[in-house]
Design a protein around this ligand. Structure first.
Ligand code: HEC
Length: 334
């Protein structure tokens, strides 16, 4: 099976990364707020009148973008849907192949499949974008589970336009405003895909984008570019847990690893060779990280590591105190 796959893809390492992600990201049940069991498998009906199940048919094994709409909504939905249509245009034929769009109505009493079909047509929704209706209570339950629910009384349109982006196999979910700039949204979605399917990286404008989202640029870049394969302090994913890596490796090496990982590999850098061995010959892709962004990322790794170390030693102190002190392994964390 592996051989067959290898033939189909040029980026062997990325494919392996994806396959591994399927295997690895699953078992850590403790932190998987978004496990398979999390998603209701409610029955929904598409604009073509086909019955589907939310988890099994729509999101399992897929990368998805989900929003809530209703066809008679006046303010935010038309804009939201138009934005998504632009995103679809930018992503082109990846929609329906690499990524699936779902717009679920929150007004199922009025939004019949036919009404949804007409709405989809109005916005030139292309293939890969499904409009869904169902039982009111199922949809409410679903929208609460997805974190897309908003109090109808509190907003002009009865809902807040959020877009949920998810990579079900990787267990990665993020919520954006569906009104975000379509270029930004498609870049976000594209990066989601690119981080493991396609080596066509782009340089970030971390400062402007993250500033508008109110995030630390390092944190933002990490979530966007590295989070598919790495955690800081939450264990190995496809690549190693990066907690403490700024203590064990020197800065020049880290810069090279982040910016030119393939060069280290070509030079048979001993650390890289050992890592490649350990991580099943999956190696880090070149994500075309600019200097400034690499600095932000390293800054983030340093600050995350020290924050986690502080937390751990505080917890340890508390535990030692509770146990009456004198524990043999009350050594501070590395
Ligand atoms: C497709 C998966 C993938 C992505 C995305 C990825 N990495 Fe990696 N990374 C790996 C793997 C696998 C290794 C271990 C093998 C190797 O060194 O090539 C690794 C190794 C590393 C190491 C060395 C760890 C050590 O113990 O010395 C660092 C540092 C690192 N990655 C940082 C990053 C940063 C920062 C990003 C985001 C810009 C990133 N990686 C994105 C897969 C990935």
């Amino acid at each position: 099976m592996q051989k067959k796959r290898r033939v189909r893809f040029i980026g062997t390492s990325l494919l392996l990364a994806f396959a591994l992600a399927l295997l690895i990201s699953r078992p850590s049940s403790a932190d998987s707020r978004w496990g398979a069991n999390y998603f209701p498998n409610v029955e929904l009906t598409t604009q073509d009148g086909k019955t589907v199940h939310f988890y099994d048919d729509l999101i399992k094994g897929k990368i998805v973008a989900i929003d809530l709409i209703y066809t008679t909504c006046q303010y935010s939905c038309p804009l939201e849907t138009a934005r998504l249509a632009q995103v679809q245009k930018i992503l082109g034929d990846r929609v329906g192949k690499d990524i699936f769009f779902y717009s679920i109505t929150i007004d199922p009493a009025n939004d019949t499949p036919a009404a949804l079909k007409a709405y989809a047509k109005k916005f030139h929704a292309g293939p890969g974008w499904t409009f869904l209706t169902g039982k009111k209570e199922d949809i409410d339950f679903l929208s609460k589970k997805l974190g897309l629910y908003s109090d109808p009384a509190a907003t002009l349109d009865g809902h807040t336009p959020h877009l949920l982006l998810g990579n079900e196999p990787m267990g990665q979910w993020m919520r954006n405003s569906a009104l975000d700039n379509p270029r930004f949204l498609s870049q976000m979605i594209g990066d989601f895909l690119d981080s493991f399917r396609n080596m066509k990286p782009t340089q970030e404008k971390a400062n402007t984008e993250s500033a508008s989202l109110n995030l630390d640029p390092g944190q933002y870049l990490f979530a966007k570019k590295c989070g598919a394969c790495h955690t800081v302090g939450q264990g190995d994913k496809i690549g190693p847990d990066l907690m403490g890596v700024t203590d064990t490796r020197n800065r020049d090496w880290l810069m090279r690893k982040i910016q030119n990982p393939e060069q280290l590999l070509a030079e048979k850098d001993p650390i890289t060779m050992a890592l490649a061995e350990k991580y099943g010959h999956v190696t880090m892709p070149n994500l075309r990280v600019a200097d400034e962004d690499a600095n932000h990322l390293i800054g983030y790794l340093v600050s995350q590591t020290s924050a986690l170390n502080r937390q751990a030693s505080a917890a340890k102190n508390a535990a030692t105190k509770a146990a009456g002190g004198g524990s043999r392994d009350a050594r501070p964390n590395r």
